[in-house]
Design a protein around this ligand. Structure first.
Ligand code: DON
Length: 412
């Protein structure tokens, strides 16, 4: 049996203690689903602070440990999954599963300041968008001179960068197996120079005028660094909390609702309010456009930062803000992760999204409104960042105070 799966089998079999917010997400989904799926049958008994077991999932993991991917794509687990599809009038067949291949992708590597940024390539938009944001901010650094962190001018300048980056995301990004993603052009230094020139440091650029620049709920993140300096930045997703709320009967695992990351129709926003065109339209076998941005900053072959977060389309701007907090504002890691965040993604027009955890100050909100922005506080926080920073003398780890992640540095 493959020993790597043993800890997961252990927790599925003997259970784990349910956290308060996990229980709350479950309660919200139960209410929303109104009994339309088998979610209650599997998760109805879950209680905060009590042990929760998943025996069918334990059996599934045991099969996978013993038989590897074959079980999932062609064996008993595949049969259970397809049976669940048929019960729910889903589309996935045994042939689809047998034909599925996990893709190996080259990481996106770009220079930033005196470092290398290593992040997620398409079909995530995260790496390209983060590299654009960092590149644009660097090019407009004189505008940021003397601008206080999270002041209204700061929020405005960042929103100006973000609206352009999300305009490119909507137009160009999608599964590279289906569309030609112009990655090099989007990160090209001359292109970013041009794009940076469009930014209006004083007033909101009209949303309608922001064109793509070239011609023409619960995810999990962990960051790890070992004693040798090897790093893993891993974000993985079912899309929203508990995915579609459908459990594969007999196999005990949830089906995701990742289809929402496709653009269902040109210009129609998904659950995160982001829009897209043909590049991210649905097609058989195509992968949807993600925003996941698991990232590393590396200098002279040494990892300086391991970082990532959940948060749908706000993942990109959360990671961007943490990096700028660290390297442009010299904040200590924990402060950089904890600092109030905000978000702008082209649409809704001129909307700055804030978070319940730490809204912008009343004064900054007032100034932004005067400028013409609409302020919106969404029901959930902007991300749940997990970060590790390595300096010449120390290793620091920080878990976002917005949620219940834990950061630990273990001494050898
Ligand atoms: O891949 C994506 O961009 C989305 N499926 C991520 C969803 C997410 O982060 C929800 N969690 N808060």
């Amino acid at each position: 049996m493959n020993g790597y799966v043993a800890p997961a089998i252990h927790y599925a079999e003997t259970g784990f203690i349910v956290a308060e917010n996990q229980y709350q997400y479950r309660a919200d989904l139960l209410q929303q689903l109104e009994g339309k799926t088998n979610f209650a049958q599997y998760f109805g008994a879950m209680k905060a602070g009590e042990n929760f077991k998943q025996p069918e999932l334990a059996d599934t993991l045991k099969r996978i440990a013993a038989q590897g991917p074959n079980d999932f794509y062609q064996g008993k687990t595949a049969q259970l999954l397809v049976a669940e599809m048929q019960r729910g009038k889903g589309l996935i067949t045994m042939e689809d599963l047998a034909a599925y291949r996990a893709g190996w992708r080259e990481a996106l590597v770009t220079p930033w300041q005196d470092k290398q940024l290593i992040s997620a390539p398409p079909p995530s938009s995260g790496g390209i968008a983060l590299a654009q944001l960092l590149g644009l901010k660097q090019r407009r650094s004189s505008d940021f001179h003397g601008v206080t962190h999270n002041s209204s001018q700061y929020v405005h300048l960042i929103a100006e960068l973000e609206k352009r980056v999300y305009a490119d995301r909507a137009e160009y990004l999608g599964d590279p197996g289906f569309v030609k993603v112009p990655q090099q052009q989007l990160l090209d230094s001359n292109y970013l120079d041009q794009r940076a020139k469009e930014i209006n440091p004083l007033n909101i650029s009209a949303t309608k005028a922001i064109k793509p620049g070239l011609e023409g709920y619960h995810t999990t993140h962990f960051s790890i660094l070992d004693k040798h300096g090897n790093a893993v930045s891993n974000t993985y997703t079912l899309n929203l909390d508990f995915g579609s709320g459908v459990v594969v009967q007999g196999a005990g695992f949830l089906l995701n609702n990742e289809m929402d990351d496709f653009s269902a129709k040109p210009g129609v926003p998904n659950v995160f309010g982001v829009v897209g065109n043909d590049a991210n339209a649905i097609a058989p076998g195509k992968r949807m456009l993600s925003s996941m941005t698991p990232s590393l900053l590396v200098k002279d072959n040494q990892v300086e930062l391991v970082v990532g977060t959940p948060g749908g389309s706000t993942i990109i701007t959360s990671i961007f803000q943490v990096i700028t907090n660290l390297f442009d504002f010299d904040m200590p890691l924990q402060q950089a992760v904890a600092a109030a965040r905000f978000h702008h993604q082209l649409l809704p027009k001129d909307q700055i999204t804030m978070e319940p955890y730490s809204p912008l100050s009343a004064e900054v909100q007032q100034q932004l409104k005067k400028k013409g922005y609409k302020l919106h506080t969404q029901g959930w926080n902007l991300g749940d960042v997990q970060a590790i920073q390595v300096t010449a003398t120390t290793v620091k780890a920080a878990a976002d105070p917005r949620s219940r992640g834990v950061a630990k540095v273990i001494q050898y």
